[in-house]
Design a protein around this ligand. Structure first.
Ligand SMILES: [Zn+2]
Length: 372
């Protein structure tokens, strides 16, 4: 790193620290990647080696394959990489999600990755990290985004499930396979006795198993592909990724009511996607007040915004006397269409984690869905 060069900068493959010669969340394979979390827009397949949090090891493994070299770091502990001090701190987004703190010659940068400050039963709570420069996501960086208490959302899902049972319909919740699905499972279970059995799509089941393997307590689930022929689907809740929408995979469940759990439901609701009956506002990103509070808590002199409403948030901060700007990346945050920021892109291998579900094509998401 030459003098005057920023500690982290964007290159055509991702955020790069030249002093330490490593990338943070690169979008193309690089020799050394520090990964904030295992969503595909942050964890690309094929890097020489990965460094991630200890808590995130099983989900990253499920995304980048058995052959990948994954090193782990407990939250709060630091590692020296070519003279640069690197540590990981909980981001509260999904299991194992981290903010990356990078320190070199007294200068500290913090890369937030995706984050939320609401509690989540499936991951460690967000921890403010102080630094000189904070690179923050801004997926929902508009004042209209304010999340209702999640406890109410889980009550809504349970109420909808029960009314579908009375109407003789299966209940299908579409949610990202990595993170949101497990948060829904844990949130429903925390409410007490469940109204019926829970079935999963293969892509959800693979990740749910990785969560359990990492020690997260989740209610029992059955992979829908292994359900008995005579299953009474009208009692069941089925959790599947949004990519199942409009596919033949849904036919086996008979009469069905569909819901979608996403932060985008705050404004767009089910109207925008006519095939969805209910929208549940549940996001794994900060809402507007939490975004501003999180930025304040870093004490950062400079804030750089990535993905989402970057220029709006930057201008809002500038108008209040903050040094703020936009840093271009390819991260997508939470998508508002059927594609997910989490599609695995490894080639099929004999021991690939998704192979158990080969009978179910949707469990293997194609590379063109691996949105950058
Ligand atoms: Zn994410």
């Amino acid at each position: 790193m030459t003098s005057g060069e920023p500690l982290l900068q964007t290159t055509d493959v991702g955020l790069y620290c030249s002093a330490g010669d490593f990338h943070v969340d690169p979008w193309r394979p690089v020799p050394r990647a520090i990964v904030t979390h295992a969503h595909a827009d942050h964890a690309c397949w094929g890097c020489g080696r990965y460094l991630t949090s200890f808590e995130g090891r099983t989900v990253l493994r499920a995304r980048v394959g058995e052959a990948a070299e994954i090193q782990t770091l407990p939250y709060g502990e630091s590692q020296d990489i070519n003279g640069v001090r690197v540590s990981l701190h909980p981001a509260g987004h999904i299991l194992g999600s981290s903010q990356v703190r990078v320190e070199y010659r007294g200068e500290v940068w913090v890369v937030s990755g995706d984050y939320k400050t609401e509690p989540d039963l499936t991951c460690a709570p967000f921890e403010p990290v102080r630094g000189h420069t904070f690179i923050s996501e801004s997926t929902f960086g508009l004042p209209i985004y304010r999340w209702q208490p999640q406890s109410e959302v889980f009550d809504e899902i349970l109420g909808w499930w029960r009314s579908n049972q009375e109407a003789g319909k299966a209940s299908l919740v579409m949610a990202y396979a990595l993170g949101k699905s497990q948060r829904v499972l844990a949130g429903l279970a925390a409410k007490g006795e469940l109204p019926g059995p829970i079935y999963t799509h293969g892509a959800v089941e693979v990740i749910t198993r990785a969560y359990r393997e990492a020690g997260v307590d989740l209610p029992p689930t059955t992979y829908a592909g292994q359900a008995e022929k005579k299953t009474d689907w009208s009692r069941a809740l089925i959790i599947a990724p949004p990519s199942v929408q409009g596919t033949p995979w849904l036919r086996k469940f008979g009469p069905i009511s569909t819901g979608f759990a996403s932060g985008w439901m705050r404004i767009r609701g089910p109207r925008r996607r006519k095939a969805v009956d209910r929208g549940f506002v549940l996001s794994d990103h900060v809402d507007w007040p939490s975004l501003l509070a999180a930025i304040d808590a870093t004490g950062a002199e400079r804030v750089l915004l990535t993905h989402g409403y970057t220029s709006i948030v930057a201008r809002w901060l500038q108008e209040r006397g903050r040094d703020a700007g936009v840093i271009a990346t390819r991260y997508t945050g939470e998508r508002d269409d059927a594609s997910e920021p989490e599609a695995p892109a490894p080639p099929a291998s004999a021991d690939g984690p998704t192979l158990a579900f080969q009978d179910e094509p949707e469990a293997q998401v194609s590379t063109d869905e691996a949105t950058a």
